[in-house]
Write a protein that binds this ligand. Sequence first.
Ligand code: ACO
Length: 330
Amino acid sequence: MSNFAYIVGVGHFVPDKILTNQDLEQMVDTSDEWITTRTGIKKRHVVQDETCSDLALKASQQALQQAKMDPAELTHIILATFTPDAYVPNGSTVLQTKLGLNQIPCFDINAACTGFLYALELARNICLVNPKAQVLVVASEVLTSRVNFQDRSTCVLFGDAAGAVIVSGQKRENSFQITDVCLKADGSLGPLLSVIGGGSSHPPRLGLSIDEKYFVQMQGQEVFKHAVRSMASICEEILSKNNLSSQDINLFIPHQANIRIIEALAKKLKLPLSNVYVNVQDYGNTSAASIPLAFSEAYQKGKISSGDKVLLVAFGGGFTWGASVLDFIE
Ligand code: ACO
């Protein structure tokens, strides 16, 4: 059994259509000033007729291209999402067909905004058991399909996007060693952030119209407090487990939900803001896609150099949260 798995390709995709704060001012009783000061978000990308698998396909193709790999070399597909094209078939099998593949195992995982890190940990373990594995991990969300555009307290927060990585058992040039991943969950806090409608606790019935439970419901201030506390504590845990301090981290990529959460977290961890990657202003909260979108964008912008240590952290519905330390090897 090998000691490490590696990220050998990264990619991302956002739909073309942009919804600005000024656009939202025309839709609900809000203002650019409120959204900017409370969240840091200025705009978000939203689908027109694209689906979760369409966004996932584009991000996956970019990751494959960056890894100089043919789709046929993939051994598994894991899709992190809570907004798949359909309940059945699952989103990863739809993506498999769009990639022109068949036979390889494919599955979806739902850990809300932490979905990418959960999928990364599964892929890492597949590669540790089978070093010949080459796993496509893609996180894709069409959050706007589950947002009520009449509810100003949620509709200003979210956007649509996808991010992808290829996880391999074999080290290559320009790869990220997945040094560690830590995951946590606390189901007792689940009701603070939920999308219940359509599930078996609130099933659709012929003739009945949908209600607000079909859309994201969130107790914002409670989620805010838990997000800061849980992400800070899991970062401290993973750093200490790997004999690291926050000073050893060259780039910190936190879940992009709210600039105030990111700043509070950086302060708690004593990380200078110059080492924190922030793109929430351009995309809003894209749930599971948030981390791989920011990671891929930072990599493409040349923000990660040889020998750098990258710390990823996410928090989302469930509640779920997780962190990962990556080492970039040129
Ligand atoms: N425009 C104008 N006013 C608004 C808006 C809006 N878009 N939304 C709410 N308000 C009003 C409220 O009605 C309230 O008015 P009132 O005082 O008259 O009652 C006032 O603004 C304050 O509302 P709060 O909810 O207290 O605002 P807060 O400062 O907490 O900010 C926010 C809300 C941005 C949602 C914040 O709580 C937050 O970011 N929470 C964390 C969200 C998060 O991180 N989620 C991550 C996981 S998401 C996932 O897993 C899918």
